[in-house]
Structure formats: structure tokens, C-alpha cells
Design a protein around this ligand. Sequence first.
Ligand code: UN1
Length: 500
Amino acid sequence: MRNTLVKEHKLLNYINGQWDEASGGRYMPVNNPANGETLADVPLSGEEDVEKAVQAASEAQKEWALVPAPQRAEILYRVGNIMKERKEDLSRILTMENGKVLEEARGEVQEGIDMAFYMAGEGRRLFGQTTPSELRDKFAMSVRAPVGVVGIITPWNFPIAIATWKSFPAIVAGNAVIWKPATETPMMAYELAKIFEEAGLPKGVLNVVFGSGSEVGTAMVEHDGIRVISFTGSNEVGRTIASKCGEKLKKVSLEMGGKNAVIVMDDADLDLAIQGIVWSAFGTSGQRCTACSRVIVHENIKERVEERLLAEMEKLTIGNGLDESIKVGPIINEAGLRKIEKYIQIGKEEGAKLHAGGYVLEGENFENGNYFAPTLFTDAKPDMRIVQEEIFGPVVSLIPVKSFEEAIEVNNSVTYGLSSSIFTSDVNRVFKAQRDLDTGIVYINAGTIGAEIHLPFGGTKGTGNGHRDSGQAALDVFTEWKSVYVDFSGKLQRAQIDVD
Ligand code: UN1
């Protein structure tokens, strides 16, 4: 018996407004990480399918770019409204395919709804600039032009929100999109494509090609018809994409994770800090790019923080996220579990003290699911691998420091630079911290997660390559600046020469 909330058990690609099987007819199962139930089969497409999608997108984009932006935005308003109507069903499907608890799934779908209305508003803005010309009777302006056909590659940990961060600005700006969703979470992509279809998006403007990164992703990166690649995912894959795009001089926007820290100073509101750490480290089972996996704590309060943290961790309920009493859901898959286990071993070998957790949960409540116990390492050192590398699980390491300055230095001593947070009641430290923390997102007296869609999202150093998702910044990824000069003098005016 298949799950009844899932309407289609055999997913299809969405290319040129048609629902098609992948060319090779290959499929793989999509499993619920909470209980191993097979929810659907996802097509494994190949180069041929990407080719078809690019053809369709190129054709569609020419017309789409000519549709006035406020009309393009109308589609996004409709998409937002349909998502709102279906919020509960979408959230439940999201919990089933990804594992995150229902409350968080609703939050993620809400993020997508917010993005729809925010980017729909761009249809009446898409601001450019007017600038005085050096010459008399000449008008100068810069406008945002669509890039053409763009490729988006999205991860399983935020399968709908991140897709909206990328596809909505691309579409409102007049591009056509080829989208490869993660094979672990294709149902959100399927639902979103259906919503776009219902909202009346012209065929070919959005094309969903399901399949693996090595086949579909590679074909997208290599295809000369795709002018931008926007990718969120692992560091290794991101680097490969970056170098291939470099060779092809293709624009690329990357978000490749974090090793985010909460700093707790000895003047902090400890209750608040502990809540912030627990939410950021164990929410979504630590499977957020923004998750807190390091706590940099002033040595004066180290013991108290350890104690309070352990007490709160004991209260965490673990299990199937469809059960509203559960706070921590499963890990996405077996490979995810093995990776976390590997880091537990590394942490022990490096000499960090395993204070809580550190094992896969087994037994009656966890049958056929991928559950990992919330884990706390203490007495960790800044150069340990568990403190430097992204684990992507419910594992947090406490690093004691002697001063505010040392805390900032330790925060900045990792290769990543996505999110950071500090709990302090000293206003001078607040302002110093926001200036000196080397991350794309900084929180003061709040945890490391919970970015809002109308602000730029992304990071410094190994987290990315300078581009941002979300907010106005997303438009920079999906548009080209075009400088336009209109000379209405009726004679030849030579810039830089005829200036007096
Ligand atoms: C991610 O983990 O890649 O800021 C995205 C947050 C969410 C988005 C996370 N709004 O935690």
C-alpha cells in the first residue's frame, strides 16, 4: 500500500510543459527517512533529457523576456496563493520525503510562500539606475536584462525553500529555468512544478529534470546553452562545478555549507543562549547549512553551559516528524548516518570529550529509520577536524576560550563563512562582533539559523563565491547589467573628447 498523500507514485520530468519519462526509462526509489517506506520513484534522466529541456527553455525564454515584468510577476502571485492553500499537504509531503519535523516543514513551505510574494513584488521594481551623462542631450541608464536559460541545482535539506530562492527571481527577471532537484527529495519539485503549471506559466519557462548530479548536473554545467548555474550543496561538488564553469566562463553562484558557531560570553543571558544553541544545533537534526556545530564559550561559564545544555538535550524527543510531539527527526539516509558516525570516531581520536550521544538510535521507535542521538563534544580545540569540517548532523562541539577577542578569532578560524552568532549583553561587543565575525550572516542574541528571505543569504570564504541567494542580491545572479545611452542631440558626440 502506497502513501495516500502522495498522488503520483511514478514521477515524471516536466519539460516544455509536458510530463515525460526520462529518456533511458530508469528510476530509483524515494524513501521516507523516518521509516524506510518507499514513497515514489524518481526518474534518472540523462544528457538527452537535459538537451530537450535546454531546447525548450531557449525557445520559451525569447517570448518570456518580452512579457512585461509585472505580468510575469502575476504568475508568482498565483503560485504563492496556491502554495498557501496547499501549505498543509505540502508540509506533510516535505516531512515524509525529507524527515524534518512538521513544524519546521510548515516553516519551510512558508519561506517559499514569502519568497513568491516578495519576488512577485520585483515585477514592479527590478530597479535599474539612471546616471547623468558626460555629454549634453544624452541620457544614460543601466537596466537589468535577463541572462537567458539558467540552471538551478538544489539540495535535499531545503527542497522547496531553496528552489524558490533561485527559481522565483530567475523567472520574474525573464529567464527560463532548468531545475535539477536532489534525488532524495523530488516530490517537492514535482509539487512546485504542478503549481507553476496551474498558475499558467507558459510552457518551457520552467523545466524540471530529475536525476543524479553526475549525469544531469554535469550535463547542465557542460551545456553551452545554459548561461548561469546556481548551486547549493556540498563543498566538493561546488568546487567541481566552479572549475568547470570557470573553463566555460559561465556565471556560477555557489552556496556550499558552513561550520557555524554560537559564541557565549560570560555576560550573556544564559537561558536564552542555551535555547538558541539547542534550536540551531538540533533543529532539522543539524542538517542545515546554517546549523550551529560549534559553541565557543567563555571559560568562566563553561561548566554551567555544559550542564544546562545537557539538561535541555535530554528533553529532545526524537522520531517521525509527522508526530507533532517530536522535536528531532531522522537523518536523510544511511550515507548521512555513516558520515556522522565517522566524525564521532574522529572526534574521540582527536581527544575531544564525548559528553552525550554519539550513536545511531535503534529499537522499537526507530525501526527502519535513520536516527542519530543528539551529541555533545566538550573540550574541543579549534584545529580539530570535528570543529573544522561540516558534519551535517546533530553534533555540537564546545570550545572554551579566554576572551572576546579569542572567541572572534576561533569563530573565523574555519574555512567556511556562512553564519555566526554571539550572546552578550555588552553593546560594544555587539557592534565589534557584527563587524569582525567573518560570515555572510551574523546574529546577535539569537542562534545561527532562521534567515529571512528578503535579506541576502550566503557566505564568505569556502561557503561560496561571493554571490548570494534571496533578497535583492538574488537578482544579481539572474540578470546582466546593461548600460544604455540615448543620444538625442542629433549630432555625433564623442565621449571623452567633445566634453566642453
Ligand atoms: C540551508 O540550510 O541551506 O536560515 C538553508 C535558515 C533557513 C534556511 C537554511 N531559513 O536556517
